[in-house]
Design a protein around this ligand. Structure first.
Ligand SMILES: Cc1cc2nc3c(=O)[nH]c(=O)nc-3n(C[C@H](O)[C@H](O)[C@H](O)COP(=O)(O)OP(=O)(O)OC[C@H]3O[C@@H](n4cnc5c(N)ncnc54)[C@H](O)[C@@H]3O)c2cc1C
Length: 512
């Protein structure tokens, strides 16, 4: 029978790609005494059924750096561990069918360039040459990132696990974490089905179970499992085995070559959540029933893009759960409620693309106690009390899922779960034409619509409809006077003999 050590410096919970990558980096880069515990067998959570697209570009510079690290790692992992990863650098084509999307790509190309990534903007004719089966009639153009690719999610994870073991990590399967022994907001021991392990730090990489594993230590991990589907087709005549992956965001779909056929999936505006209760412990290697009715919306769009799909047989449909979050970003870092539990979860269907890099930064964070890059967009501390409300998290997460591929307009606001928190002046401000934005649940006036105009944001990539109204307000405050409702802002109380001196120093005006 397997026995566990009585002590380990760091316990990693979860043997999906994130746990294995974190254990690998803790062992390789930090020579840490680390043990990874998996309740089933490695990859049996969300990892085994991922489609395996590995893209690198996100709107945040740091996250793009994290994803770029993944690609650099996957390229060389087989040579290090001897286990293949299925990595293929096919490149990725992102298609634009309208000017707003094209503007988004032009901006992304500039961002990519600033990271030394070679992203090109190409014409529909060039797309057709690279992907002859594609209908390009509606395209304005496409972006082409040659270093994106695809991989086998299970193989990468097994390769990372072998690498972790080679660098001294222990990995134990078929052992479930059942609770924690805690003192003064710290975990002293991890309780498992095979006994207790005393430890200094715990890393919660339990995928869609991370919420309930966190709850055992009193921490909130606001994620929501959502059903995500894709199909794998029979072979398509004329499809090259090194065809680039495709993202067709205006049609909400993605494609990847697999054994001469296509993997095709998408992000529908009407996603289907799974449970808001606890995820069952016994869910190893399981899927939901195929749901072709719900998937049809993607099929219609995909056939218009790749007409050969209409006659292609569907070999398999995958309908699996994945954890999504209320803002579409994953969750990393040390939980505010517990000093020694770190989290790496909620990967919003880009956990394979993120896995290598997320494990790298999380391992560094665990060892140093602080993030190695500006990772605020994924930091668990960005959440607040309202993120403990399961219904609110569900509603907002489904909205975020539906926006996965929509154009990211500047200043775009979410609509679900609002209004959540309002100041006593809310109705009066509204009566004066306030158009509100939402900041951590608080409704805050973004601008005031002049009488006779519509009080609603109209998004665009250029000047938006608030521009003149904000200009007038700004002018008025500068030349005359204005009153700001600051109810939604954090309030700090400073006390002590030098409080006034310090405030005078840091504030623009004299406080005393
Ligand atoms: C249909 C589908 C397609 C996808 N396609 C892509 C894609 O193309 N590209 C991409 O980048 N991403 C994709 N993803 C997302 C990707 O699969 C996930 O983001 C990734 O696998 C998450 O990895 P993880 O390690 O966080 O979670 P998991 O793989 O779920 O691992 C968590 C592990 O923790 C274990 N665990 C839980 N509780 C305990 C406990 N109490 N004790 C011990 N162990 C425990 C579980 O058994 C599980 O093995 C897709 C997801 C789906 C559903």
């Amino acid at each position: 029978m397997t026995t566990l050590p009585s002590h380990a410096q760091i316990v990693v919970i979860g043997g999906g790609i994130i746990g294995c990558s974190t254990a690998y980096h803790l062992a390789r880069d930090h020579k840490a005494d680390v043990i990874l515990l998996e309740q089933g067998t490695l990859t049996s959570g969300s990892t085994w059924h991922a489609a395996g697209l590995v893209g690198q570009l996100r709107s945040s510079a740091s996250i793009t750096r994290v994803l770029k690290y993944s690609v650099d790692l996957y390229k060389g992992l087989e040579a290090e561990t001897g286990l293949a990863t299925g990595w293929k650098m096919t490149g990725c084509l992102r298609l634009a069918t309208n000017q707003d999307r094209w503007t988004e790509f032009r901006r992304l190309a500039t961002t990519a360039g600033s990271f030394g990534m070679d992203m090109h903007l190409i014409s529909p004719e060039e797309v057709k040459r690279m992907w002859p089966l594609m209908n390009v009639d509606d395209l304005v153009g496409a972006s082409w990132l040659p270093t994106d690719g695809q991989a086998s999610p299970s193989d990468i994870t097994q390769s990372l696990a072998r690498g972790a073991r080679m660098h001294g990590a222990k990995i134990v399967e078929n052992v479930r974490v059942t609770g924690f022994e805690m003192k003064d907001g710290r975990i002293l021991k991890v309780k498992t089905t095979l006994g207790d392990i005393a430890c200094e730090k715990v890393v919660n990489c339990a995928g869609q179970w991370a919420r309930q594993v966190g709850a055992m230590a009193g921490i909130n991990v606001p994620l929501q499992p959502v059903k995500h589907q894709y199909i794998i087709t029979e072979r398509l005549d004329g499809l090259s085995t090194d065809a680039p992956t495709i993202r067709d965001p205006d049609r909400l779909t993605y494609f990847k070559e697999e054994v001469g056929g296509l993997v095709m999936g998408g992000y529908e505006p009407n996603p289907q959540p799974w449970t808001t209760g606890d995820v069952p412990d016994e869910w190893a290697f399981r899927l939901f029933d195929d749901d072709f009715d719900h998937f049809e919306q993607h099929m219609v769009q995909a056939i218009e893009r790749i007409p050969a799909l209409e006659k292609a047989g569907v070999k398999q449909m995958i309908n699996g759960p994945e954890s999504f979050t209320p803002d579409g970003n994953f969750i990393l870092g040390v939980a505010p409620e517990c000093k020694n539990m770190f989290v790496g979860a909620g990967f919003n269907a880009f956990g394979i693309a993120s896995g290598g890099g997320a494990g790298w930064v999380l391992a560094q964070w665990v060892v140093d106690g602080e993030a190695p890059l500006d990772l605020w967009v994924v930091d668990i501390r960005r959440f607040a009390g309202m993120h403990r409300d399961r219904q609110w998290v569900l509603d907002r997460t489904l909205e975020a899922y539906g926006k996965h591929y929509t154009i990211g307009f500047p200043h775009e606001e979410y609509q679900s779960g609002r209004p959540r928190l309002v100041s006593p002046l809310y109705d009066r401000l509204k009566g004066h034409g306030a158009v509100f934005g939402s900041k951590l649940g608080w409704e805050r006036p973004n601008w005031f619509a002049p009488a006779g105009t519509e009080g609603r944001d109209v998004y665009s990539m250029g000047r938006q409809n608030w521009f003149d109204a904000v200009g007038q307000e700004h002018h008025h405050v500068r030349e005359a006077v204005g009153i700001f409702d600051q109810s939604s802002f954090a309030k700090y109380e400073m006390s002590g003999p030098d409080a006034a001196t310090v405030l005078d120093l840091i504030c623009a005006n004299d406080v005393t």
